[in-house]
Design a protein around this ligand. Structure first.
Ligand SMILES: NC(=O)c1ccc[n+]([C@@H]2O[C@H](COP(=O)([O-])OP(=O)(O)OC[C@H]3O[C@@H](n4cnc5c(N)ncnc54)[C@H](O)[C@@H]3O)[C@@H](O)[C@H]2O)c1
Length: 371
């Protein structure tokens, strides 16, 4: 454990007590302002950067990081100007005055820090997938509920502005009855020759692209299309020499009777994410393929009975802000000023659909989802 002595809040308090009357008045007025939330990051790898960016943008202070890799700890502490660094997350959770933590460790290491944070009374933003098993997810949900702390799962697509508009249009009935929902998240690890260890090893990741990318899409399927009644999945390992699947497709049957399709891959070329929602009155098309994400609403005015030129309107949506919006919503939930946008139960349901899809792929049969 490496803990840096001293603390910014403590130093400020000493300086104020030694100051003259004018400064004391300033200090008193500052004391009335709510203090910034103090946050810790457990697992300071790639995705943690997005959390730090989100916290900083929202005015929270990242005061501590924990990582089992000493080099990562040192590099990130310097990069993010973080004073407190720990090799063991339990020591981070013992830091006085910590309000919340982001858990950004590999999939297999979400469970233990979440239970420990709940026991310490600290709110949790947990990376996806929430867990590798439903038993683990149940324990995480129960621990946070019993401790009265927030548990939000970082399915950040719920914070995507195009998704928000799509959900609002679906719920208002503007698209009519949903008929088909297609969801895709695929990439090629930025052209890297290998899948990173935390994702290619079953012991750390629990699953390949179907769990990694798919859990986002299973959550989105539920968020946009409602409960899923059945999954029928195929998986394949086509490009990388790994023990997990790098390509997967899942056929969905929603409880509403609508059909759907989930496509995930580490075998795409470049970043390829989008959703396509079809209803009896219109369709939504969203793709990040071009680098300028555009949501398109296609519909047909009454009397327009030609094969081509249906009416369309489109909105350009800002790229790359989903994670910061998700972090901001988590902070609002921590402060009691906003809802938990993606709960532990939501995260559990996404994992449940992923696990059922693995069962389906192994059986070569559709698998029902009891609701
Ligand atoms: N929401 C998203 O879109 C998104 C995107 C990428 C990754 N993720 C998720 O975030 C998590 C981390 O992914 P990543 O790409 O940042 O991986 P990463 O390998 O870059 O970072 C993980 C870090 O955790 C550290 N670590 C491992 N075990 C630890 C432990 N017990 N205690 C403290 N630190 C530990 C590692 O040393 C590493 O620095 C995964 O669960 C992944 O699925 C989510």
């Amino acid at each position: 454990m490496t803990q840096v002595a001293g603390d910014a809040a403590g130093s400020e308090a000493v300086a104020a007590s030694q100051a003259g009357p004018a400064s004391q008045a300033e200090a008193a007025s500052q004391a009335e302002a709510p203090r910034p939330l103090r946050v810790g990051i457990i697992g300071a790898g790639n995705i943690a950067r997005n959390h730090v960016k989100g916290y900083t943008a929202a005015g929270a202070q990242v005061v501590a990081i924990a990582d089992t890799n000493p080099l990562t700890l040192e590099t990130r502490a310097a990069e993010w100007s973080v004073r407190h660094t720990f090799g063991d997350f339990r020591d981070l959770l013992a830091l006085p005055g910590l309000d919340a933590v982001s858990i950004c460790t590999p999939n297999a290491a979400h469970h233990a820090p979440t239970l420990a944070a709940a026991a310490a009374g600290i709110d949790v933003l947990c990376e996806k997938p929430i867990s590798l098993s439903l038993t683990e997810a149940d324990e995480m949900i129960a621990a946070c509920r019993e401790a009265g702390v927030v548990l939000q799962v970082d399915h950040h697509l719920r914070s995507n502005r195009a998704v928000a508009r799509a959900r609002q249009m679906i719920q208002s009935g503007e698209l009519g009855r949903l008929t088909f929902v297609r969801l895709r998240q695929a990439h090629d690890w930025s052209g890297a020759a290998e899948v990173p260890p935390g994702f290619r090893m079953r012991s750390l990741a629990g699953g390949g692209t179907l769990l990694d990318n798919g859990c986002h899409l299973f959550d989105l399927a539920r968020y946009l299309g409602g409960p899923v009644a059945e999954v029928f999945c195929r998986t394949a390992t086509l490009k990388f020499d790994i023990e997990l699947e790098d390509t997967a497709a899942v056929s969905l049957l929603f409880e509403s009777g609508a059909l759907g399709e989930i496509e995930t891959a580490w075998t795409a070329t470049g970043w390829d994410q989008g959703f396509w929602v079809n209803g009896t009155k219109g369709a939504l098309e969203y793709s990040e393929r071009s680098g300028r994400p555009i949501l398109r609403h296609v519909y047909r005015d009454p009397g327009n009975i030609t094969w081509d030129d249906p009416q369309a309107e489109s909105w350009q949506t800002p790229a790359g802000s989903d994670h910061s919006l998700a972090v901001a919503s988590f902070l609002a939930a921590v402060q009691g000023t906003g809802p938990i946008v993606c709960s532990g139960e939501d995260g559990r349901d996404a994992v449940r659909l992923a696990l059922a899809s693995y069962d389906s792929a192994a059986l070569g049969l559709p698998v029902s989802i009891p609701n």
